[in-house]
Design a protein around this ligand. Structure first.
Ligand code: ADP
Ligand code: MG
Length: 717
């Protein structure tokens, strides 16, 4: 299976190199390159019933053929009169001069292509057994053979009428015109017909394919064995069987991928030093929750319980927490995180919260300070800007253990920052925190122990995706928003309503509120986007927003420049911040009540939802205007969904359904695995059952085999 495809007949180094461009190097890769679709059995369509323009496959006999003389250089045309029981047609081959010799009268061919005014234009042709040797394998024989191959998992040696083991076996379609025909896609400048032929050669070796999955699981699902699944996916005998084969392959991929993720997590757990168990009395934290002016939501309660179980070592002896707390802005993550931090403090340990920017760190410190107002506990704040006069005593208090809680930026990771007994670190916005930083953080924990880590993210990711992207973390989701929150009004403006929109924006500003203008997304380059944002800021300052303070923030600015702009906005020195998507995550300015998103149709729904979450954080509510760029009915319908739906998870799911996984904010950089057959969210249910199945395979040789196949497929930890 690991052999290069040039070990197959008919594939030399040149073709192998081209196949590599299409991501196919090994025989195994070829096996997993299954057809992208299945067409009608070739025998089912007749020439006389084809609709012009529609792609079709027909089984025909050659009546006569000829090479056509053309004057255009580089163009060759071969024509043939072809016939079936419905009549005859002209068929044309462009730039396949060698076909002329093969199209001998009486020869039978399967033709793929489409009918147009001039006749049938052939994209691929495959010889069928001629009339002389026809009837070799009649329909009945096919059905019989099929039934025997469905005996159960592990068979698959002889799928149907295809003589997989015989060296001179013809292509399977040559044996039955009754079966659905797999459409192999072109790739690496290699046409479908060739891919199909190669797949056939690869399928002959499927016997040698190791079965990575325990037979008992296969039986449970009614899935075919590995070899049968590969063969039936490429060369199905009937529709039902090809569907089952594809399901098995998708399930196998998801199962193996989950195994890799689990292994990665487990090896990290066993490699890390034991965490400090925070199982002392919980008097302080309990009193604090009691003192809050609100009840925790059910989601918050559940999150708190899950985290408490991690911290007290209920789940795994001594293993540090590696948990992701996911919830939209305002869902109450900070409250949950703070509860965990207090558990550390009351157990005589320390906790840190790390934010990606100084402004965010300041905001967290302020929020936490407010939440802890009655407790007398004060969190310290450490950023790059903290003056030395404050910093020195702070670091000393941290090292001596006098200070329990600290909030800060990456400055917390600097060498001179020493903790007395760091037990927990909360990291805001996971995707900005790399593995290297995690190691530096671990070094801050007392010698011989490691810190619990709680990641927080405001980017809602549907479960199907979080299981594959964050598979090495436990995920807790806060879906329910605390009651009493004012939803953000979202208005979809027409192209001519721009003036009216800005009039309303000015109305808000005149009442002392602030706002954002988000510039259209420029996918091609951040530089172009930055330039467009700068131009727009200048234009707005001169026109629609003249007389107001207009600020600018974009991704090409340095971190320090961005901080300055954010801070000026937070302080109210700027009325309107013209921005690119850099404002998505972070800034929390309760006085900002209005947002205009230009070119709204270019953004994903999740992204728009994240953006609008920047306004209406205070008591004044908020309004988000969506200004369309190039207007299209499709995008309007999509944007209308946003105006209606306020659940970020639902929007993320919609995005995933409508635009595919890469489009969801924050997931692009996670490098989602490229599955050959499985596709999310479509196979979400299969993913769940694969996870359960994985749980059922206990440690032992079966698990080891599974893991070996999995690492061969998806790489090692
Ligand atoms: P997040 O960190 O997810 O953005 P926060 O924890 O900062 O959310 O909470 C947002 C606001 O909602 C805060 O003012 C907080 O006090 C308040 N809040 C949190 N949980 C609840 C709740 N269960 N009921 C009412 N208000 C809550
Ligand atoms: Mg928050």
């Amino acid at each position: 299976m690991e052999a290069g495809i040039s070990s197959l007949p008919g594939i030399g180094p040149t073709l192998a190199a081209r196949a590599e461009e299409a991501g196919v190097e090994r025989v195994l890769d070829l096996m997993w390159r299954v057809p992208r679709a299945y067409g009608d059995p070739p025998g089912r369509r007749l020439l006389g019933e084809l609709e012009p323009g529609e792609p079709a496959a027909v089984a025909v006999e050659i009546v006569r053929s000829r090479k056509v003389r053309t004057r255009r250089r580089g163009l060759s045309v071969v024509e043939a009169r072809v016939a079936d029981s419905s009549g005859s047609r002209k068929a044309t081959w462009f730039n396949q001069p060698w076909m002329a010799e093969r199209l001998t009268p009486g020869a039978r061919f399967l033709l793929e292509g489409r009918l147009d005014a001039k006749g049938f234009t052939v994209s691929a042709a495959e010889p069928l057994p001629g009339a002389a040797d026809g009837g070799e394998l009649p329909g009945e024989a096919v059905a019989d053979a099929g039934r025997t191959s469905a005996e159960g998992p592990g068979t698959g040696a002889s799928a149907g009428p295809v003589r997989w083991s015989s060296a001179d076996a013809a292509m399977p379609s040559a044996l039955t015109e009754e079966a659905p025909r797999g459409r192999h896609s072109a790739g690496g400048e290699i046409g479908p017909a060739r891919w199909r032929r190669w797949s056939f050669e690869a399928c002959r070796r499927a016997e040698d394919l190791p079965e990575p999955v325990p037979a008992r699981l296969l039986t449970g699902h009614g899935f075919p064995g590995a070899a049968a699944a590969i063969r039936e996916a490429h060369f199905p005998l009937d529709e039902e069987r090809s569907e089952l084969a594809l399901r098995r392959l998708a399930w196998e991929e998801l199962l193996l991928h989950q195994a890799v993720l689990r292994d990665r997590r487990e090896s990290e757990r066993s490699a890390s030093d034991p965490a400090i168990r925070l199982d002392g009395p919980d008097r302080v934290s309990r009193a604090w929750v009691e003192s809050l002016p609100f009840e925790l939501t059910a989601d918050q309660e559940r999150a708190a319980d899950e985290i408490a179980a991690d911290l007290t070592g209920d789940l795994a002896e001594g293993a540090p927490m590696r948990r992701l707390l996911m919830g939209e802005v305002g869902s109450g993550k900070t409250v949950v995180a703070l509860l965990a931090m207090l558990r550390a403090a009351e157990s005589g340990s320390q906790a840190a919260l790390m934010a990606p920017t100084a402004v965010l760190a300041e905001q967290h410190a302020a929020t936490i300070g407010r939440l802890l107002a009655d407790t007398g506990i004060r969190p310290a704040l450490l950023t790059g800007d903290t003056p030395e006069a404050v910093r020195a005593p702070m670091l000393q208090a941290l090292a001596s253990g006098e200070l329990d809680l600290i909030v800060g930026t990456h400055a917390l990771l600097e060498d001179r920052v020493e903790f007395h007994r760091l037990a927990l670190c909360v990291v805001d916005e996971e995707h900005r925190f790399g593995v290297r930083q995690r190691a530096r953080l671990d070094a801050k924990a007392p010698a011989g122990s490691s810190a619990h880590i709680l990641h927080m993210t405001a980017t809602p990711i549907p479960r199907t995706l979080s299981l594959t992207t964050y598979g090495d973390l436990d995920v807790t989701t806060l879906r329910e928003l605390p009651s009493g929150r004012l939803p953000i009004r979202t208005e979809l403006a027409g192209e001519t309503e721009r003036g009216a929109v800005f009039e309303r924006v000015r109305g808000e500003l005149d009442r002392g509120r602030q706002g954002f203008v988000v510039c259209p997304l420029v996918e091609e380059s951040e530089q172009l986007q930055a330039r467009a944002a700068a131009a727009e800021a200048e234009r707005l300052a001169a026109e629609e927003l003249s007389g107001y303070e207009v600020g600018l923030i974009h991704g090409r600015m340095s971190a320090a420049q961005k901080e300055v702009a954010m801070a000026a906005f937070a302080d109210g020195r700027i009325d309107v911040l013209v921005a690119t998507t850099v404002i998505e995550v972070g800034i929390d300015v309760p006085n900002a009540t209005v947002m205009v998103i230009e070119g709204a149709e270019r953004f994903g729904l999740s992204q728009l939802h994240q953006l609008r979450g920047r306004v209406g954080r205070g008591a004044h509510g908020g309004t988000c205007f969506l200004l369309p760029g190039s207007d299209g009915i499709r995008s309007r319908r999509r944007l209308a969904e946003l105006a209606r739906e306020s659940d970020g998870f639902r929007l993320a799911e919609l995005d995933l359904e409508m635009r595919g996984e890469g489009e969801i904010t924050g997931t692009r950089q996670h490098g989602l695995p490229r599955f050959a057959v499985a596709s999310l969210p479509r196979d979400g249910e299969l993913l769940e059952s694969a996870r359960e199945d994985l749980d059922r395979i206990g440690p032992g040789p079966q698990y080891d085999l599974l893991l070996r196949s999995a690492t061969a497929r998806f790489g090692s930890p």
